[in-house]
Write a protein that binds this ligand. Structure first.
Ligand code: CAA
Length: 376
């Protein structure tokens, strides 16, 4: 395995780093006040960042999966909020259509998603079906050329903002997870109702809402794959999606760590910088080591995925380890800053608040352990 990025990947890294500093960082305050970063997503679309791994024939940038992961990693280092919006839009909003859609569906939706004209969302979770995603209760009944869908969804990232929703509902409830089907649902479809926004601990500029389907009539042409393929559509795209969240976690850990190192070198106590005092120096060493291990796991999984090699286990390992690292490193970064770290004057408390959910969404750490242990 080559541990160096190639020229194209290095260019992506530089471009995204520059973009994050010049365009995303000035939007922090608004995002922290709960403003969804529409203007940033528009610029990302213009730069080809909303369709990085999408083939050119469908309007994408046709770069490898590693370049896409580099983009999420670098963006999340500055803004985990924009990182998760991009990850959900691409990994589980666009890829299900690309991987399971028929030619007509791909032509109709993917170019708009890849250009950023459309934003994507993924609607699997329900109030009583989170980790046990196969037990979902939303119901789809075929009526002529349409499916009538009733039910509700919880914690939908990009909900309300997205133009295209990948919706999972059961066409054959008696078959359990094998009776789940996937549908492409457009914003504006009668019966697609947007519910309350969740007031979250972190990622304040990203929207997370409840959705309700009330006799929502979806054209039969919008069924993704065949009836009963839904759970496979969900899991196949979650496998890769988990590398995206692992990259977001890596970005959070690195962002918090870099602030902590800089602060520790400048902050003097007992006559010298706290960085050269063992209590803090050892802390920074542990943080740096955990980040390095996360980086290797994340990029190993991304490399396997970009080679088309099965990486279910590696993706879950990367998500499990990198999300824990994000939480631990951001807690330690607050500690390095001491009292200042607990204030909103410095960014480390934001990384700390943004980190926790990486151990929860796209499969909790407990679910990652189930996925890993099943592969052993
Ligand atoms: N490609 C194709 N098919 C796949 C697949 C893949 N990568 N992975 C699994 N499948 C197939 C399996 O082969 C199996 O089919 P067969 O029965 O025909 O063999 C079927 O899908 C079911 O697979 P498993 O038996 O492995 O699945 P399971 O029922 O044991 O899964 C689970 C249990 C792993 C716990 C699963 O329910 C799960 O992942 N739960 C967590 C749900 C989750 O991650 N939710 C996240 C919501 S999205 C989100 O959070 C986005 C956001 O906002 C950031």
């Amino acid at each position: 395995m080559n541990l160096r990025f190639n020229e194209e990947q290095n260019m992506m890294r530089k471009m995204v780093r520059d973009f994050a500093q010049s365009e995303i960082a000035p939007f922090f305050e608004q995002m922290e006040a709960g403003v969804f970063p529409r203007p940033i997503l528009k610029k990302m679309g213009e730069l080809g960042l909303m369709g990085i791994p999408v083939p050119e024939q469908y309007g994408g940038s046709e770069m490898d999966y590693l370049s896409y992961i580099i983009a999420i990693h670098e963006i999340s280092k500055v803004s985990p909020t924009v990182g998760v919006i991009l990850s959900v839009h691409t990994s589980v909003g666009t890829n299900p259509i690309l991987n399971f859609g028929n030619e007509e569906q791909k032509q109709k939706y993917v170019p708009k998603l890849a250009s950023g004209d459309y934003l994507g969302a993924f609607c699997l979770t329900e109030a009583s079906a989170g980790s046990d995603a196969g037990s979902l209760k939303s119901r789809a009944v075929k009526e002529g050329d349409f499916y009538r869908i009733n039910g509700s969804k919880m914690f939908i990232t990009n909900g309300g903002e997205a133009d295209v929703y990948i919706v999972f509902a059961s066409t054959h409830p008696e078959a359990g997870s094998k009776g789940v089907s996937a549908f492409i649902v457009e914003k504006g479809t009668p019966g697609l109702l947007f519910g309350k926004d969740e007031h979250k601990m972190g990622l304040l500029g990203s929207r997370t809402i409840e959705l309700t389907f009330e006799d929502m009539m979806v054209p039969a042409a919008n069924l993704l794959g065949k009836e009963g393929d839904g759970f496979k559509v969900a899991l196949a795209n979650l496998d890769a999606g988990r590398i995206g969240i692992a990259a977001q976690s890596l970005g959070i850990a690195e962002g918090a760590y870099e602030h902590a190192v800089q602060y520790a070198k400048n902050r003097k106590q007992f006559g010298k910088p706290i960085a050269v005092q063992q209590g803090i120096g050892f802390k920074l060493a542990d943080m740096a080591t955990a980040i390095e291990a996360s980086r290797l796991l994340v990029y190993q999984a991304a490399y396997l995925r970009s080679q088309g090699i099965n990486c279910k286990k590696e993706a879950s390992m990367a998500k499990l380890f990198a999300s824990r690292t994000a939480v631990e490193v951001s807690i330690e970064a607050v500690q390095v800053f001491g009292g200042y770290g607990y204030t909103k004057e410095y960014p480390v408390e934001r990384y700390f608040r943004d980190a926790k959910v990486t151990e929860i969404y796209e499969g909790t750490s407990e679910i990652q352990r189930i996925v890993i242990s099943k592969q052993l």
